[in-house]
Design a protein around this ligand. Structure first.
Ligand SMILES: NC(=O)c1ccc[n+]([C@@H]2O[C@H](COP(=O)([O-])OP(=O)(O)OC[C@H]3O[C@@H](n4cnc5c(N)ncnc54)[C@H](OP(=O)(O)O)[C@@H]3O)[C@@H](O)[C@H]2O)c1
Length: 254
């Protein structure tokens, strides 16, 4: 039986590459984002490449009502939702001492409130079905406070924490996955002017995510060289880790 997968934030970048990957793997994919035009374009592109129809629904993650309606629509059409993948996210580089308050609120609303909205509106459907997966895309930038990474990185740290809690509270009821990518070349990272170690293509990221979603592992993290270094740094005492990160930052290594 085909898996029914809903990718929220599937109109571009990693989410769009994942939509193509899962469609190629035989899954029935529905993509959502806040822009109908980009959804239509991406759905047509994937259909041409795979010969399979993919469904799309406009739903802004900052609106619980829009997400909830989209969830009911998908559930009505397919009679179940096997995977819900929260990929929606926005980013704006900011200097720590010059953060823009309204942009900060917007980033928190989409990246974090959007994830809570998603979990809240799909949980009842998944619990009713008795099975299902929720995957939340955070980032390696959520492991430890990195130089000039706010407010984006705070939302990603919170998403890691959210996924960790869901995994404990919903054990044996919902399969929770945490996706922590490193740097992936998308319109999001096009905004960065610094060197991005281990930069990957969306296709490379999508292949790893696709494999991870079907694995028994909770966390999907890549590239391993960077994720393991950051995990190790986050275990160090703050006096050592912050000195280390300051030095790396001054040499533009991170
Ligand atoms: N690229 C990286 O290096 C990297 C690293 C770690 C984690 N991530 C995370 O990976 C995810 C995908 O990022 P990406 O790099 O692929 O960026 P992207 O190409 O900009 O994709 C972001 C997706 O989120 C959607 N989105 C944005 N605001 C939304 C809203 N209010 N409601 C619904 N959908 C919305 C976008 O569609 P619309 O604009 O049409 O709404 C788009 O489909 C994000 O969560 C990002 O934080 C990326």
């Amino acid at each position: 039986m085909n898996k029914i997968s809903w990718i929220i934030g599937g109109s571009s970048g990693i989410g769009a590459a994942l939509a193509l990957e899962l469609t190629k793997n035989g899954e029935s994919v529905c993509i959502s984002s806040s822009s109908l035009n980009s959804l239509e374009q991406k759905a047509n592109e994937i259909s041409k490449l795979t010969g399979k129809q993919i469904h799309y629904i406009k739903a802004d993650v900052s609106s619980y009502q829009q997400l909830s309606q989209a969830a009911e629509e998908i559930n009505e059409k397919y009679k179940r939702i096997d995977r819900v993948i929260f990929m929606a996210g926005i980013y704006e580089p900011m200097e720590t001492d010059q953060m823009d308050p309204s942009l900060t609120a917007k980033i928190i609303e989409v990246n974090l409130t959007g994830a809570f909205n998603t979990v809240n509106c799909v949980l009842s459907i998944i619990k009713r079905q008795g099975f299902g997966q929720i995957a939340i895309c955070a980032s390696l930038s959520g492991y430890i406070g990195l130089p000039n990474s706010q407010p984006y990185a705070s939302t990603k740290a919170a998403l890691i924490n959210l996924a960790e809690t869901l995994r404990i509270d919903l054990i044996n009821k919902v399969d929770i996955k945490l996706i922590n990518p490193g740097f992936v070349s998308t319109r999001l990272t096009d905004k960065n002017s610094f060197a991005m170690p281990g930069l990957m293509t969306p296709k490379e990221a999508a292949i790893l995510i696709g494999r991870g979603l079907n694995s028994g592992k909770f966390e999907i993290h890549f590239p391993k060289k960077l994720s393991l270094i950051l995990k190790a740094i986050s275990l160090l005492p703050y006096s050592i880790s912050s000195t280390f990160l300051r030095i790396l930052n001054s040499t533009k290594g991170i």
